[in-house]
Write a protein that binds this ligand. Structure first.
Ligand SMILES: NC(=O)c1ccc[n+]([C@@H]2O[C@H](COP(=O)([O-])OP(=O)(O)OC[C@H]3O[C@@H](n4cnc5c(N)ncnc54)[C@H](OP(=O)(O)O)[C@@H]3O)[C@@H](O)[C@H]2O)c1
Length: 335
């Protein structure tokens, strides 16, 4: 009889344990599913803050670094189309002037250009930028400029110059430009700072280790200053970017996961204040396929899985890049 009672008691305990674990499992799955639903609502339904709040159509200026090509060029054009005046900064003066002329003609806004090389960290360049922006109302800053390893490279083989350049452009320059702009935004209690983050900052990326570290810095720093600046009326948004067609990504053809800069920037500007796929504060992943990838990274498999995935991916990209270099060298010999 005792044996039967003990068997029944054990079965009861087992059943309770199964029920508790089942309920916890169901709650976790339900939470993840709800989070996924929120991602979909964010990217497909929720509108972002209207850029009129940040001076569009009302004399506001947007400063865009790395404005002469790729994503930055698209920010310049789309912000001008929304009737913001634009300050365009990058290295190549001829490209900046041509873009400024095109923008003035197309959108009837004012432009200013400054050719500077952020790798130099030259005080005179920052002084020139300060002089350029001090008489105007900068309402938006797009910290877009960024540089990367030429091809995926093991850290010990990477040149000191490349390492220094990445830190100077992706870290120091962004802080210096932001420091120039924040005081006037704070005085007016209004401003928007968009930082071009990367998935390499979300998941550590072997063979792009310095770039990846610089974007992780950007993510953390954006969240910290986001909290500091919010009470001053300044919104900081670190934009988690996966692949976009550009010279940097070396992707030529658009796909579902790698849009053209035009589609990508349209998504960013229409989702100001909306987190999309991102779950960290002051961060957004506004492009739909990137948002889904962001959700997958945070909810499916472990972080070590994704680091391993990134390792394999970049070892493969390195092999292909080296083969391409060999082909190009052979073709150059023939010529
Ligand atoms: N494309 C992607 O798949 C991807 C993914 C994640 C994150 N991002 C981020 O998005 C941002 C823009 O990338 P992108 O793909 O558009 O790059 P991109 O096509 O290579 O354009 C870079 C822009 O920055 C300027 N620039 C480069 N080095 C500079 C320097 N030392 N000083 C001043 N200007 C400089 C370039 O113009 P000049 O040559 O005339 O100077 C160009 O206008 C970067 O922060 C990048 O990390 C891109």
């Amino acid at each position: 009889m005792d044996k039967i009672t003990s068997f029944v008691q054990k079965s009861d305990t087992n059943a309770i344990a199964v029920a508790v674990f089942g309920a916890i499992g169901a709650a976790v799955i339900a939470f993840k599913a709800l989070r996924f639903l929120k991602v979909l609502v964010d990217v497909f339904v929720r509108p972002g803050i209207n850029l009129k709040k940040y001076g569009a159509g009302n004399g506001g200026w947007a400063v865009i670094t790395g404005a002469s090509d790729g994503i930055g060029k698209e920010f310049a054009s789309q912000l001008a189309a929304k009737r913001l005046n634009v300050v365009l900064v990058s290295r190549t003066e001829s490209k900046l002037k041509a873009l400024a002329e095109e923008i003035e003609q197309k959108y009837s806004v004012e432009t200013k250009v400054l050719a500077m090389d952020f790798t130099k960290g030259d005080e005179r360049d920052y002084a020139a930028l300060q002089l350029l922006i001090s008489p105007i109302e900068v309402t938006i800053l797009v910290n877009n400029v960024g540089t990367n390893h030429e091809i995926p490279t093991f850290f010990e083989d990477e040149s000191d110059k490349t390492v220094d350049n990445i830190i100077e452009v992706n870290v120091n320059a962004i802080m210096r430009v932001t420091k120039l702009v924040v005081p006037q935004m704070a005085a007016r209690k209004n401003g928007l700072i968009i930082n071009l983050g990367s998935f390499a900052g979300l998941v550590p990326t072997p063979l792009l280790s310095v770039y990846s570290g610089s974007k992780a810095f950007l993510s953390s720093w954006s969240q910290a200053i986001g909290a500091e600046l919010a009470p001053k009326g300044i919104r900081v948004q670190n934009v988690n970017t996966y692949f976009v067609v550009s010279a940097m990504s070396k992707i030529r053809r658009p796909s579902m996961t790698a849009p053209l800069p035009e589609a990508y920037v349209r998504a960013v500007l229409s989702k100001i204040g909306v987190s999309g796929g991102a779950s960290t504060p002051y961060t957004s992943t506004p492009f739909y396929s990137h948002a889904i990838a962001n959700w997958l990274i945070e909810n499916v498999f472990s972080r070590s899985f994704w680091v391993g995935y990134n390792y394999d991916l970049h070892v493969d990209i390195r092999k292909r890049a080296l083969r391409k270099r060999e082909r190009e060298a052979a073709a150059a010999k023939k010529d």
